[in-house]
Design a protein around this ligand. Structure first.
Ligand code: GTP
Ligand code: MG
Length: 321
C-alpha cells in the first residue's frame, strides 16, 4: 500500500531530483518522460546527452524505480494479469475466444487474407475503447497508425451511430497517423511515447504492421535485415503496451495458398513474422457472406476453438441465431 503511494507520488521527470540543467539536456535530447528514460539505452543516453555512462545508468535506474519496474512476486503477477484492461470487439463470442476481449499490456495480431476483417476490427476497437468500462471499453482514446491508407472516418461514424454514440465525439478521440515508410512508422511509435499519457490513449493500432517492411525489404536476400528491423519495431510496441498499460493491435495480411497441401493452408507472406514476439495471434478466415471465423493460435492460456462473427453496416457483431 505504502509502496503504491510512493509510486503514485513520483510521476514526472521533475520529481527525480535531477539538476535543472540536466533536465534541460534530457528534454532537448528527446527524453521528456519517465517512461522514455526507463526504457532508454544507457550508452545511447550517455552519448546523446553528454554525460558519463554510470550517471546515465543511475538516471535510468531512478526512472525505473519511480515507475515501479522492479522484481515482482508471482502473486503480484497474478493480480496484474487479472486487472488487465480489456476492450470488447463487438462480438461476445470473439471476446470469449480472446479471454474477455483485446487485452492491454499485450500485442494482439490479427492475420488473414484480404477482406478477412482485419481493418474492420481495428476500426471497431478504436470506437469501443472509448466506451465506459461496464460496456467493454477503457474510457480512452485510440491512436491509429495507418500504413496502407485504408482508414475510413465514414466507417467510424457508422460504427459510432450503431452504438448510439455521438459520431463527432468518437472521431475526435481517434488520433490518426499515416505512416509512409518503415522509418516513419517507427518514428511515430517513438513520438507516441509522449502522446499516450498526455491524450489518455488506451489503444494503439498498426494497420498493417508489415506492408512497408515487405515493400522496402523484398526477397530472400533482405529477409535477415527486415526481420531485425521488424523485431526492433515489435520491441517498441511491446514496451509501449507494457509501460502505459495500453492494448496494441497489429494486422498482417497473409495470402491463401491453395497449392500448399501440407501444414497451414495460409501462411504469412514472408514467414510468420510475429511468431516469436510475445502476444496473442488471431487468424481470420472468410466464411459465407459477411461471416468471418477467428481462431487463436499458439496461446496456451486461451481456450481452443473458433468464433464466428459478422461484419455488418454498423460494425462487428455476433451472428443472430
Ligand atoms: P486487407 O486489408 O485487404 O488485407 O483486408 P482486411 O482484412 O483489412 O479486410 P477489411 O476489414 O477491410 O474487410 C473488408 C470487408 O468488410 C468487405 O469485403 C466487406 O465485406 C466488409 N465491409 C466493409 N465495409 C462495410 C460496410 O459498410 N458494411 C458491411 N456490411 N460490410 C462492410
Ligand atoms: Mg485492411
Amino acid at each position: 500500500m505504502e509502496e503504491a503511494e510512493t509510486e503514485k507520488r513520483v510521476k514526472s521527470l521533475e520529481d527525480l531530483g535531477l539538476s535543472p540543467s540536466l533536465l534541460r539536456k534530457l528534454s532537448e535530447a528527446g527524453y521528456k518522460t519517465l517512461e522514455a528514460l526507463a526504457v532508454a539505452n544507457v550508452s545511447e543516453l550517455a552519448s546523446v546527452v553528454g554525460i558519463p555512462t554510470p550517471t546515465a545508468q543511475r538516471i535510468v535506474n531512478k526512472a525505473r524505480e519511480a515507475l515501479g519496474l522492479r522484481f515482482k512476486t508471482a502473486l503480484e503477477l497474478k493480480r496484474e494479469r487479472m486487472n488487465l484492461g480489456r476492450i470488447t470487439t463487438g462480438s461476445r463470442r470473439l471476446d470469449e475466444l480472446l479471454g474477455g476481449g483485446v487485452e492491454t499490456k499485450t500485442i494482439t495480431e490479427f492475420f488473414g487474407e484480404f477482406g478477412s476483417g482485419k481493418t474492420n476490427i481495428c476500426h471497431q476497437l478504436s470506437v469501443n475503447v472509448q466506451l465506459p468500462k461496464e460496456k467493454g471499453g477503457l474510457e480512452g482514446k485510440a491512436l491509429y497508425i495507418d500504413t496502407e491508407g485504408t482508414f475510413r472516418w465514414e466507417r467510424i461514424e457508422a460504427m459510432a451511430r450503431g452504438l448510439g454514440l455521438d459520431p463527432d465525439k468518437v472521431m475526435e478521440n481517434i488520433i490518426w497517423a499515416r505512416a509512409l515508410s518503415t522509418d516513419h512508422q517507427m518514428a511515430i511509435v517513438k513520438e507516441a511515447m509522449e502522446l499516450i499519457p498526455k491524450e489518455n490513449i488506451k489503444l494503439v493500432v498498426v494497420d498493417s504492421v508489415m506492408s512497408h517492411f515487405r515493400a522496402e525489404y523484398p526477397g530472400r536476400e533482405n529477409l535477415a535485415t527486415r526481420q531485425q528491423k521488424l523485431n526492433r519495431h515489435l520491441h517498441q510496441l511491446a514496451r509501449i503496451a507494457d509501460i502505459y498499460d495500453v492494448a496494441v493491435v497489429v494486422t498482417n495480411q497473409v495470402m491463401a495458398k491453395p497449392d500448399v497441401f501440407y501444414g497451414d493452408p495460409t501462411q504469412a507472406v514472408g514467414g510468420h513474422v510475429l511468431a516469436h514476439a510475445p502476444g496473442v495471434r488471431v487468424q481470420l478466415r472468410k466464411g459465407r457472406g459477411n461471416r468471418r471465423i477467428a481462431r487463436v493460435v499458439d496461446a496456451p492460456h486461451l481456450p481452443e476453438g473458433e468464433a464466428v462473427f459478422v461484419i455488418t453496416d454498423v460494425g462487428i457483431r455476433d451472428i443472430e441465431e
